[in-house]
Design a protein around this ligand. Structure first.
Ligand SMILES: *Cc1c(COP(=O)(O)O)cnc(C)c1O
Length: 362
């Protein structure tokens, strides 16, 4: 059975992208590959707001998230935590054997720049992890305000996860002086999961060169060495790279500004619909994500029943809440290739499905 995903990753992949991915393979050390790899750089750099290379990693985003920890943390990393993915990053840092500390905010609350300054002032940190858009609770922190604080601490190398925001909103990496930017393919890029993006500043690369036990697969120095030859350290998923080439063409045809505007508009369309239905936005006012809406289940719908109806009668799937928010929130994605028409159709289906969804006893 086939149905369309409106969960916040993976999201629906277009026929055009899938077709691009079925092109005959080429050798990853061939001149054809080098030409393909190099041709993608300008598009990726424009999206990431950087003059630094954008490396391609055949892994899910966690690969480069963990890799970043192993490459830049020497003394101690501060992990900003306000949802499931950012909470997990602390655990991952500890599993890598790195000294790590938590700066915690309740799920749905943005990272507070003033609290961050107070913690960095205690000293001892040489790295920071931050999730721009906490997909688990639909909360987008103020990246510019946070980076303004971090720049006061020149020893701190910043690792910023833009997994569910890159290509949906401008991320001016160089202007904000983000050191390490990581992202993934299956969110706003609307590619299948399995590819991730990594852009590393010169000073982060210099730090990496001095850090022992970086391993091989996610070694920044290896990525850079191979990048200089238009290649990846090991055999990449060439099919994904064909898909990426196709999507970058689609992005360019639409124009990045129009793409950003479309994400903002569709996000507001879903939000207005949800508020009219009696849902409340879960994250703090003013910090809602532009790529999804995480809604508090204030009307008390039976969310598993809702998804059953949506899937069986309308051929689509939304998310019934992540981790500890399961059942009490729902998440609806508007990222990737969605249009006014596909979102209108989604909302019509949701209207029909909600009308027959039971409510839980109060
Ligand atoms: C989806 C997601 C991840 C995890 O990505 P994987 O590709 O599953 O490794 C990390 N961070 C954020 C913000 C995400 O949305």
């Amino acid at each position: 059975m086939s149905y369309k995903l409106f969960i916040p990753g993976p999201v629906a992949v277009s026929e055009k992208t899938f077709r691009a991915m079925t092109q005959p393979l080429i050798g990853h050390r061939s001149t054809d590959f080098v030409a393909l790899y190099n041709s993608l750089q300008p598009g990726l750099q424009a999206i990431a707001g950087t003059k630094d290379p954008v490396y391609l990693s055949t892994s899910s985003a966690w690969g480069v998230m963990e890799g970043s920890i192993r490459n830049v943390v020497k003394k101690k990393v501060l992990c900003c935590m306000n949802g499931a993915f950012s909470d997990k990053w602390l655990d991952v840092a500890q599993r890598c054997g790195k000294p790590a500390a938590a700066l915690k905010f309740p799920w749905g609350q943005p990272v507070d720049p003033a609290a961050l300054r107070r913690e960095l002032e205690t000293g001892g940190y040489d790295a920071l992890t931050l999730i721009h858009n906490e997909t688990s609770c639909g909360c987008m922190s103020d990246l510019a305000a946070i980076m303004a604080v971090v720049r006061e601490f020149p020893e701190v190398i910043t690792i910023v996860d833009t997994v569910s925001s890159l290509s949906a909103q401008p991320i001016p990496k160089d202007e904000l002086r983000i050191d390490v930017l990581v992202s993934g393919s299956q969110k706003a890029f609307a590619l299948p999961p399995g590819l991730s993006f990594l852009s590393v500043s010169a000073r982060a690369l210099a730090r990496a060169a001095t850090v022992p036990d970086r391993g091989y697969y996610f070694d920044f120095v290896e990525f850079q060495k191979n990048h200089e030859n238009g290649m990846t350290p090991s055999t990449p998923s060439i099919a994904h790279i064909y898909g990426l080439q196709s999507q970058l063409g689609v992005f360019a045809a639409e124009g990045l500004e129009a793409r950003y505007a479309r994400h903002a508009r569709l996000n507001q369309t879903v939000r207005a619909w949800a508020l009219a239905k009696g849902f409340r936005l879960f994250p703090r006012e003013g910090y809602g994500s532009v790529t999804l809406n995480c809604l508090a289940n204030t009307p008390g719908y039976d969310l598993p029943a809702l998804n059953k109806i949506l899937k069986a009668k309308h051929g689509l799937v939304i998310d019934g809440g992540y981790g500890k928010l399961k059942g009490t929130t729902l998440r609806i994605s508007n990222m990737g290739d969605e249009t006014d028409a596909t979102i209108a159709s989604l909302l019509a289906s949701l209207d029909a499905a909600l009308a027959e969804t039971p409510r839980l006893p109060a």
